[in-house]
Design a protein around this ligand. Structure first.
Ligand SMILES: [Fe+2]
Length: 271
């Protein structure tokens, strides 16, 4: 089973440029690439920072672009989002009884659990007791089927001091305690960092993709400012197999794929 993940779109109203790129065009091309190459994916998860400043106009642009997406999608919120503005444009957005924009999706491969980690007005995220109670319910409802967690904020330091200093998840220990009793969680899919990162946290594998707009530079030393970059945008193509989770980092603006002439010649000789 295939799904796709897009993250950190940072749309601005009026299809304006930001940080030297055009988030609207970048996302449009991303959706075009999904149409052309991965229209068989069963779901698209968009894991937060949909709008750069949470404006209604940015969500309206998002709504327009997503009409071209060939599969169902689920929206998540990041620290740049505004829940009420998002709901005003996407009134069907699933939320829990506490008003968090979080939900589960049951697919043949198992249950995808999309956790709302946004903390209003803050760059960091929060995992609180209310979210923990909800997550426990979602995990218990799996009845042993595989579970896949999605959240915007990584619950660990990534080694980039500027990000680690102010932008990660508060309540990471509570999250760890909440998921500890469950042995069916196969992978955690994250956003927020605007970088291609993979690894494991307390034994749970995770992946993070670049965003579709600007990126964050690999600066493992202390910096006075957040250092951004113009590395290529990407999205995730994820294969949920019976015995594996395969995560492809797809630089969708790269058009350098080629077949070697020697391979063509060899094949023609065989025919
Ligand atoms: Fe972001």
């Amino acid at each position: 089973m295939k799904i796709v993940q897009i993250t950190d779109l940072h749309l601005v109203p009026g299809k304006q440029d930001m940080h030297g790129v055009n988030p609207y065009e970048r996302l449009s091309k991303c959706v075009e690439d999904i149409q052309q190459n991965h229209s068989d994916a069963e779901l698209c998860v968009i894991s937060g920072d949909l709008a750069h400043k949470g404006e209604v106009g940015a969500y309206e642009d998002l709504s327009e672009i997503l009409t071209r997406l060939p599969m169902p999608y689920r929206l998540m919120v990041g620290n740049h989002d505004h829940r009420d503005n998002l709901r005003s444009v996407f009134p069907e957005t699933a939320e829990d009884p506490n008003g968090f924009i979080q939900s589960s999706v049951d697919l043949d491969a198992g249950r995808l659990i999309l956790i709302d980690s946004a903390e209003k007005g803050e760059k960091y995220g929060t995992f609180c007791q209310e979210r923990a109670t909800w997550l426990t319910d979602q995990l218990e409802g799996c009845d042993g089927r595989p579970a896949y967690l999605f959240l915007h904020h990584p619950p660990f330091e990534i080694g980039i001091p500027y990000m680690d200093g102010m932008r990660m998840l508060h309540g990471a220990d509570l999250l760890a305690d909440t998921i500890a009793p469950f042995t069916n969680i196969r992978h955690m899919f994250l956003g927020h960092v605007h970088r291609p990162i993979a690894g494991s946290w307390r034994g749970l594998p995770f992946s993070i993709f670049r965003g579709t707009a600007h990126q964050v530079a690999l600066r493992l030393e202390e910096t006075e400012y957040l250092v951004r970059s113009h590395e290529p945008p990407a999205y995730g193509v994820i294969l949920l197999n019976t015995d594996s989770v395969i995560v492809h980092y797809h630089d969708y603006l790269d058009n350098t794929a080629f077949v070697a002439e020697a391979d063509i010649a060899r094949r023609q000789k065989q025919l």
